[in-house]
Design a protein around this ligand. Structure first.
Ligand code: GTP
Ligand code: MG
Length: 646
């Protein structure tokens, strides 16, 4: 007989590598704690900060895709809880929903936590009518802008009316629930189609106002410390939540891009492609879902794979992106009442596996195999473990070694030849401050230079793009005359901006490393001069400079991406000169905010993070010097000590 538990073996196996990883990290954590217990005094803070790093590590995987690609269904399969996230023909996910699996930290008595927009966020959301309204405005589409505004206003009024007096009270607050209740989830994380809802139904009551949802699941078949995120479809109406989704993706360590099998061959959603372009290809897994809807699920795969590869190739995206096939539906059937599997879907399964299952157990087994869920879990986990997982392990290990080395070096400074020459604490502080100041200001200068250069490169990329766009426009006019419509794909601009950003980030890292070098050299010569301590130079032992965040802002939609009816009308020309001037203006107006955001939201924080690491390193090294001084003093006579601390 089929055992209720055995289906979860798929999860145990699929997520196994992650749990092995945690065991390694646990051992390392224990090692840090052991060192901490040894009471090494001055490195206590440093050890605590290492423990904090370990403690806070919760890799996140976002599931993104077009509306109705089957994202929520797929997530339900990944957690082994069919029906948990609302997934239906009707309700659509409207809120970024984080599933925290066996999390280290869970707010007290909380399984579900919903955060609402605050006043400012809400006003901004509805004021512009989302990006769509903004763009319509800019392009001078009065009527369309008005119509978007009307729809958004209607949505706002509906929300405010539905919530009544609660509305004001909810803004900026959050709500926590001690259990995971389906009815609650339905109220917060998805819209229902109001026309389809029964009288008095409560689905989606709070959805418009909800900004994020955090759900906590503690289940033995799931891995520890993983966060899976469901997202609204990328082609969300009005793009109200585009920026929120892009931010969430930017914070993730891996992305599952879900495509619907029957659409994958014909079109690949442009919004998705933009996102894939903006994030690091190594972090992406494409899951071609709904293969149970194909007549020949196995036979069709090669063609779909080739078509996707071709599209990715056109975007300059290579082989690193893994493409998997499967069906969230099959997995959910296998975990639920498998006999309810739709006949067509079952026929596809039999066609794919080439067998007719003789029992329910076998059917379940086949459905799970064919669902591709196992392979998906493994693909995601290996990305997490090999990417951010290894990075954390490496950082922690290095930091621990550095700390031990520091502690031991202090120990080995047993005696100073002439305690009377030990400098006073205030002098020491002054000297340390000088060393830090020197390194930080050198870094600041270099960073400012890189910043200016990046700005220039971005401006140049924009100029070139505008020029090529207008040239394309001209040649269109030469060929077709001043009729018809014209579009220009902004991919080249995005790629140029991404390359400029990535290369300047890489250089920034090197500047950060040089600053660490300066600190280290300064401290070395200081120690040698003042205490006669010679440290082993071990450059590889520096703290890692941070990796930059993926510039997901580049995925933001701009007018040039628009292919709808009104935009076609927009790109139609009348007088050539006037058209050129107008396009130039609109392209500049559309792409300048991307440059601004790339600078202020991405590059400036990257500079700040690099600088923090330098400062932190200087601080730790300072603590070390102080400890050396203390040790020297304690080796000195009581008389000297009094004199020196005076
Ligand atoms: N046949 C089949 N149907 C599926 C599959 N995955 C999802 N569906 C169905 O497709 C519909 C939409 O599924 P969801 O999981 O809600 O899709 P989604 O991508 O989360 O949709 P949004 O949140 O609206 O963007 C539901 O009726 C699912 O039952 C699949 O693999 N095969
Ligand atoms: Mg969904």
């Amino acid at each position: 007989m089929y055992e209720a538990n055995s289906i979860f073996d798929w999860h145990r196996r699929g997520f196994e590598a992650l749990n092995s990883y945690w065991e390694t990290l646990d051992q390392l954590e224990q090692a840090v704690k052991d060192v901490s217990d040894a009471d090494l005094g001055f490195v206590e803070d440093q050890l605590d900060s290492v423990l904090e790093t370990i403690d806070a590590f919760e890799p996140t995987v976002s599931v993104i895709g077009q509306v109705k690609a089957g994202k929520s269904t797929l997530l339900n399969a990944l957690i082994g809880k069919p029906g948990m996230l609302p997934s239906d023909v009707n309700p659509w996910t409207s809120v970024i929903t984080a599933l925290h699996l066996n999390a280290r930290h869970r707010p007290m008595d909380t399984r579900a936590l919903f955060r609402f927009f605050d006043r400012h966020e809400w006003d901004r959301l509805v004021a512009t009518g989302g990006r769509l309204g903004e763009m319509a405005n800019r392009a001078g589409f009065e009527t369309e802008a008005e119509s978007v505004r009307k729809q958004v206003t209607a949505m706002r009024d509906a929300t405010e009316a539905r919530l009544g007096e609660q509305f004001e009270d909810l803004l900026g607050t959050s709500r926590a629930f001690p259990t995971l209740d389906k009815a609650v989830l339905d109220q917060y994380i998805c819209y229902g189609d109001p026309d389809d809802l029964a009288e008095g139904a409560i689905e989606g009551t709070y959805a418009d106002l909800t900004k994020s949802a955090d759900l906590y699941l503690d289940l033995p078949h799931l891995p520890r410390g993983l966060c899976l995120r469901d997202t609204p479809g990328v082609n969300d109406t009005f793009m109200m939540r585009e920026q929120i989704t892009l931010n969430a993706i930017g914070d993730s360590r891996a992305c599952i891009v879900v495509l619907s099998a029957h659409q994958a061959l014909t079109t690949m959603d442009l919004a998705l492609l933009r996102i894939i372009c903006a994030i690091d290809a190594r972090e992406v897994v494409i899951f071609v879902n709904r293969i149970d809807e194909l007549e020949d699920p196995r036979g069709a795969q090669a063609a779909i794979r080739n078509s996707i590869r071709k599209t990715l190739g056109r975007m300059g995206l290579g082989e690193e992106i893994e493409i998997l096939f499967g069906s969230g539906y099959w997995a959910n059937c296998a975990m639920g009442d498998v006999s309810e599997m739709a006949p067509a879907s079952r026929a596809a399964l039999e066609k794919m596996t080439g067998t007719t299952p003789s029992s329910e157990t076998e059917l379940r087994q086949r459905a799970m195999e064919a669902s591709g869920i196992g392979a998906l879990m493994q693909a995601v986990v290996s990305r997490i473990v090999e990417g951010p997982g290894q990075a954390v392990l490496g950082d922690v290990q290095d930091e621990l070694e550095r700390i031990i080395e520091r502690a031991e070096t202090v120990d080995s400074v047993a005696r100073v030849a002439d305690p009377s020459t030990i400098l006073s604490e205030s002098k020491l502080m002054l000297r340390l401050a000088e060393i830090e100041e020197e390194a930080v200001s050198a870094f600041n200068n270099e960073a400012a230079g890189l910043r200016a250069e990046l700005r220039e490169r971005l401006d140049r990329a924009q100029e070139q793009f505008v020029a090529s766009a207008l040239e394309a426009l001209q040649s269109h006019i030469d060929t077709y005359g001043e009729i018809g419509a014209w579009t220009h794909d902004p991919t080249a601009l995005r790629m140029a901006m991404k390359t400029a950003f990535a290369s300047n980030c890489a250089r920034l890292r090197r500047k950060g490393e040089s600053a660490l070098d300066m600190v280290s050299d300064g401290i070395d010569s200081f120690l040698a001069a003042e205490f006669g301590v010679i440290r082993e130079a071990d450059v590889s032992r520096f703290p890692e400079q941070p990796q930059h965040r993926a510039p997901t802002v580049l995925a933001r939609m701009i007018t040039l991406d628009m292919q709808g009816a009104w935009w076609r009308r927009y790109w139609r020309f009348n007088r050539k000169g006037a058209a050129q001037a107008r396009y130039r203006e609109v392209i500049i107006a559309e792409t300048t905010p991307l440059i601004e955001d790339l600078m202020t939201e991405y590059f400036d924080p990257a500079i700040a993070r690099s600088r923090e690491i330098v400062e932190r390193f200087a601080f730790d090294q300072g603590q070390f010097c102080k400890a050396v001084r203390e040790r020297c003093l304690s080796g000195a006579s009581g008389h000297d000590k009094e004199r020196l601390s005076a």
